[in-house]
Ligand binder design. Structure first.
Ligand code: C2E
Ligand code: CA
Ligand code: CA
Ligand code: CA
Length: 279
């Protein structure tokens, strides 16, 4: 038994070292990808539940690795956060998404809000406000053309500083939403203090919304809570018609998910929207 124990330890140590080495290698390659412009943004539409029109899009970063293929942001965003690479990556995402928003405007696609995910590290930067202001100015955008998504845990980490930063962003008329709502621990007291406009109901609750009474209860309670606080609700991960009709019937404001569109390169959406306009 003793020998087995030692072998197990060696096994785990080896596995740990391998994963650490793999992480370091990914970090090194991610740095190169950022520096060499090898990341891409895809955009996923958000649909108004009431009229089916496109309200806006969420920008989602993509990394096509030369040998590994597509690396999931669920894998490389945590590495970027731990290594600090999230700052140059986040700046690139913000700039690229805003440049695209201006392009859509120039193409005559008006009133599209572009949502960008903001990490804790970015929100902690005092320079964030000036950076956002500079980018809006660079692309002649209005603050309300941009929506920033932060998770509950990001907002709760240092609530006082977060509130201060978010208020400054509101001063630029930027829209703010809480991402993955319901998955973190959120204090309703703080929720009330955050100067946000929107809650994004996590797709974990949407998945079985029409079959699991608990998920249905959480979703309808979130909708009621949000609306009573004057907030809008976006449902994530809407994949089928049953989920859409449940959410629409319960007053969900916006819907996002594969039912409407996968995240796509900007040109794919532009083409689709132009065809729909002449159809
Ligand atoms: P998120 O912000 O919750 O983004 C939504 C995720 O759900 C995206 O995964 C999207 O592709 C996926 N999704 C959308 N509709 C559906 C659906 O109907 N069904 C299912 N099963 N999934 C759907 P993705 O693109 O892999 O991104 C994963 C996470 O990585 C994001 O979760 C976000 O937290 C993070 N992320 C992505 N891009 C950025 C970024 O530019 N900056 C930061 N800080 N984080 C990012
Ligand atoms: Ca998001
Ligand atoms: Ca989300
Ligand atoms: Ca999510």
């Amino acid at each position: 038994a003793k020998r087995e124990g030692r072998n197990n330890t060696q096994f785990f140590t080896a596995a740990l070292n391998e994963s650490t080495a793999e992480r370091l290698e990914l970090e090194r390659e991610l740095r190169l990808a950022i520096d060499n412009g090898l990341l891409q943004l895809h955009y996923q539409p958000q649909i108004c539940a009431a009229d089916g029109k496109v309200h806006g899009v969420e920008a989602l970063v993509r990394w096509a690795h030369p040998t590994l293929g597509a690396v999931s942001p669920a894998k490389f965003i945590p590495i970027a956060e731990e290594s600090g690479l999230i700052l140059p990556l986040g700046s690139w995402v913000l700039d690229t998404a805003c440049r695209q928003a201006a392009r859509w405007k120039a193409e005559g696609i008006e009133g599209l809000t572009v949502a960008v995910n903001l990490s804790a590290h970015q929100l902690r930067q005092p320079e964030l406000i000036e950076q956002v202001q500079t980018i809006l100015c660079r692309y002649a955008l209005h603050g309300s053309d941009l929506e920033l998504e932060i998770t509950e845990s990001v907002a709760m980490e240092d609530p006082q500083y977060a509130i201060k930063q978010l208020q400054a962003l509101r001063g630029l008329d930027v829209q703010l939403s809480i991402d993955d709502f319901g998955t973190g621990y959120s204090s309703l007291a703080y929720l009330k203090l955050l100067p946000i406009q929107t809650l994004k109901l996590d797709r974990a609750f949407v998945r079985d919304i029409e079959t699991d009474p608990n998920d249905a209860a959480i979703s309808t309670a979130t909708l009621a809570l949000a609306h009573s606080l004057g907030l809008q609700v976006v449902a994530e991960g809407v994949e089928n018609e049953a989920q859409r009709s449940f959410l629409a019937a319960h007053g969900c404001d916006r819907l996002q998910g594969y039912l409407f569109s996968r995240p796509e390169p900007a040109e794919v959406l532009s083409q689709r929207w132009k065809q729909e306009a002449i159809a």
